[in-house]
Design a protein around this ligand. Structure first.
Ligand SMILES: C[S@@+](CC[C@H](N)C(=O)[O-])C[C@H]1O[C@@H](n2cnc3c(N)ncnc32)[C@H](O)[C@@H]1O
Length: 242
């Protein structure tokens, strides 16, 4: 029973920390409300800032994709309960995101700036839509499974975990990666694009584009011809109507 409670508490801690990181990210990337953002305060010169920032993005990519691979999960779950694996993934991601908030080096030189009010309103609206799309897509797949709460809750209750089935709900019927489209909106839709923000947007976009083949390979391994057929019929980011 003690182990079950520990797994549940760890799952809850990872989930609540994720919610905090999610909210802070809205302010951090959007330059809104929070003390440290993607564009302030400036501390280092450009060359050092590029090195630090690239290191942060690469570290995040290695953790985020490395820990998601089945072989890594098999190795890890020799040492921790299977039910805690996703929460540990979420918690490690949280730690790297907090490190990014604390260590990120702004590079404030402006690449583009939308001066007109309508352009600013449109860009901020798309930025907000991006966050909404991320949250909504996670609910379509299974929000609490993606963030580890379902696994720890089932374990606590002594109920066996059932993996998520292949799904094509609403948005997924038209594009395979709506959640990543949400991230692209968040990374790119800003009225003022600084050099630092541009480095962040390019780095994270390249990372997502590199990570998708790995995610899809795992989906084919689990769901077989269902996913292969889905990949043939449905585009990654842009619905076929365009
Ligand atoms: C962070 S989510 C991103 C989902 C998707 N790539 C997107 O952009 O909307 C990654 C998880 O979603 C799961 N996943 C992706 N597409 C799925 C689908 N059509 N049905 C069920 N699970 C899916 C993968 O197994 C992976 O664990």
């Amino acid at each position: 029973m003690a182990k079950r409670i520990a797994v549940l508490l760890f799952g809850a801690l990872a989930y609540v920390t994720f919610l905090g990181v999610f909210l802070y990210s809205i302010g951090f990337i959007g330059n809104l409300w929070v003390p440290r953002t993607i564009d302030a305060p400036v501390q280092l010169g450009t060359a050092s800032a590029i090195a630090v920032n690239l290191l942060l993005i690469v570290a995040f990519g290695i953790q985020h994709s490395g820990m998601a691979r089945p072989a890594f999960k098999r190795w890890l779950t020799q040492y921790i309960p299977k039910a805690a694996e996703r929460s540990l993934y979420v918690m490690t991601t949280n730690i790297l995101m907090i490190a990014l908030f604390l260590v990120w080096q702004p590079m404030p030189q402006v690449v583009w700036h939308a001066t007109s009010l309508p352009a600013q309103v449109i860009l901020y609206t798309l930025y907000g839509c991006g966050w909404g799309l991320i949250f909504f897509s996670s609910c379509l797949i299974n929000h609490f499974d993606l963030f580890g709460m379902r696994q720890s809750w089932l374990y606590f209750r002594g109920v066996e975990y059932t993996p998520l089935k292949f799904q094509m709900p609403v948005l997924y019927r038209y594009i395979r990666h709506p959640l990543y489209v949400g991230w692209f909106l968040v990374f790119w839709m800003t009225p003022t694009m600084s050099v630092g923000h541009l480095l962040f947007a390019i780095g994270t976009t390249v990372y997502i584009l590199a990570a998708i083949p790995m995610e899809e390979r795992d989906l084919v391994a689990v769901h077989g011809s269902d996913y292969e057929e889905y990949r043939r019929r449905v585009r990654m980011f842009i619905p076929k109507i365009f």
